[in-house]
Design a protein around this ligand. Structure first.
Ligand SMILES: Cc1cc2nc3c(=O)[nH]c(=O)nc-3n(C[C@H](O)[C@H](O)[C@H](O)COP(=O)(O)OP(=O)(O)OC[C@H]3O[C@@H](n4cnc5c(N)ncnc54)[C@H](O)[C@@H]3O)c2cc1C
Length: 406
């Protein structure tokens, strides 16, 4: 793995001018626009709302070391850890890499500790058990009744600033980033998508537009099924909303997690001056207008107080929800669907050229999702260019709105 970070050049070094339209302005689209622009392609990104207004701008903010996934899927866990190390190098100003503690609150959780540490070790994650007393010294807000504690290299990151740094980098390399522009249809010719139909909601008349490109990538998260349908392909996606609750005050500096298999209300994340407990999980047909229920809010308050008793008395700052874009279809519970991501080549799967979809994953692995997607786009376009996004420090997220990314 590369360990040094170079300065991003102000324009792409190689000039391969194939045109790509990236649909979706969440973290995945941001990282993909940057990756493709860095490989020298001509990139336009459209987002139907404000940038990061989908799931990205509303997630929990945990920079996953992968420990949460180690018991269930070592490959995902390993990838998370590797990506945290890369993000820490390329976008340090948006990350708090303070570590995390998995704590056991009952006998069943305590018994899981050795298996959990071993699963982390097998995934390449440096986890280690520490004395409960030591855990309470490190984080005085922890429930003093904890029976065991395991330190892991978790962190937290800013849901907006990380993608904005990718957007700033993409724009610095010439990518056109267009919020408030929605794809409402596609044009096909000889089994290939050749143009997208757009509505520009920033224009006074909500102007319609036709945009030609050599390739189209849907990075539309929980909306990928809808966008796939516009192109006439079936995209297996399950929108799985989850709620989070933030209280005022930073109760801990480390991420606190329950030492058990992934379930509801088991992670408390410090985010600047807030502490956020999450999440829940249910299934939905429609990712729009996802709202938390009162039952979810009550459950989360109790769950937060189990990890850190002072949570119960803290003032509630906000309760909100967002829809996970799970790659696959649920046969029962959403948690039975893998947290992995998928890049779908619609030419080999559906006989439709010039179109791919990237779904699933999580915000922590946005760069890796973009890398796999851009590899596919370049291969299908016959462009020879490898991924360099782990190499360069990203510009500041501030550059995006101050114009420095332009
Ligand atoms: C409750 C919850 C907690 C989470 N916590 C974490 C966490 O702590 N750490 C972590 O790493 N991950 C977390 N995740 C996962 C993470 O939030 C998502 O995996 C990630 O944000 C998805 O990003 P995305 O860019 O793929 O999708 P999105 O951010 O949803 O972006 C897709 C975009 O496409 C746009 N779009 C849709 N249709 C069109 C169209 N027709 N034209 C133009 N644009 C369109 C949408 O408006 C949207 O902005 C959490 C998710 C949830 C739900």
């Amino acid at each position: 793995m590369k360990t040094e970070t170079a300065i991003l050049p102000s324009c792409a070094q190689k000039q391969q001018r194939a045109r790509v339209l990236v649909i979706g302005g969440g973290g995945t689209g941001a990282a993909l626009a940057y990756d493709l622009a860095l490989r020298g392609l001509s990139v336009t990104l459209v987002e139907k709302g404000e940038l990061t207004s989908g799931t990205t701008g509303r997630h929990h903010g945990q920079l996953h070391s992968g420990a949460r996934y180690a018991l269930g899927d070592r490959t995902i866990a390993r990838e998370c850890y590797e990506e945290t190390l890369i993000l820490r190098r390329i976008v340090p100003e948006a990350i708090e890499y303070n570590g995390g503690l998995f704590v056991a609150l009952d006998e069943e959780e305590a018994e899981l500790a050795p298996t959990f540490v071993e699963a982390c070790r097998e995934s390449g994650i440096p986890a280690r058990e520490i004395e409960p007393r030591r855990a309470c010294e490190l984080e005085p807000a922890i429930n003093p009744a904890i029976r065991r504690a395991v330190w892991v290299p978790d962190g937290s990151f800013d849901a907006f600033r990380v993608p904005l740094a990718f957007f700033a980098a993409a724009r610095r390399l010439g990518a056109e980033i267009r919020p408030w522009v929605e794809v409402v249809g596609f044009e096909r010719s000889n089994g290939r998508i050749v143009a997208a139909h757009l509505i520009d909601r920033l224009s006074q008349t909500a102007r319609e537009e036709r945009l030609e490109a050599d390739f189209f990538v849907s990075a539309t998260g929980a909306w990928a099924g809808k966008v796939g349908a516009l192109a006439g392909v079936d995209v297996p996606i399950t929108p799985a909303p989850g709620a989070m609750l933030a209280v005022r005050g930073r109760l801990t500096d480390r991420v606190l997690s329950r030492l058990r298999r992934a379930s509801d209300g088991d992670i408390l994340v410090p985010q600047r001056g807030l502490s956020i407990i999450g999440s829940t999980e249910r299934l939905a047909d429609n990712p729009d207008a996802v709202l938390p229920t009162e039952a979810e809010a009550e459950f989360l308050k109790r769950a937060g107080a189990e990890l850190a008793p002072t949570f119960a008395k803290a003032e509630v700052h906000a309760v909100w929800a967002a829809a996970r874009p799970l790659a696959g279809r649920a046969s029962g519970e959403g948690r039975s669907i893998s947290r992995d991501f998928a890049v779908i080549d619609h030419s080999s799967r559906d006989g439709l050229s010039g179109f791919a979809t990237v779904i699933g994953g999580k915000a922590t692995v946005l760069r890796a999702m973009a890398e796999k997607s851009a590899d596919l786009v370049c291969r299908l376009l016959g462009v020879e260019a490898s991924c360099d996004t782990a190499r360069y420090a990203l510009p500041s997220w501030r550059d995006f709105y101050s114009g420095g990314g332009a």
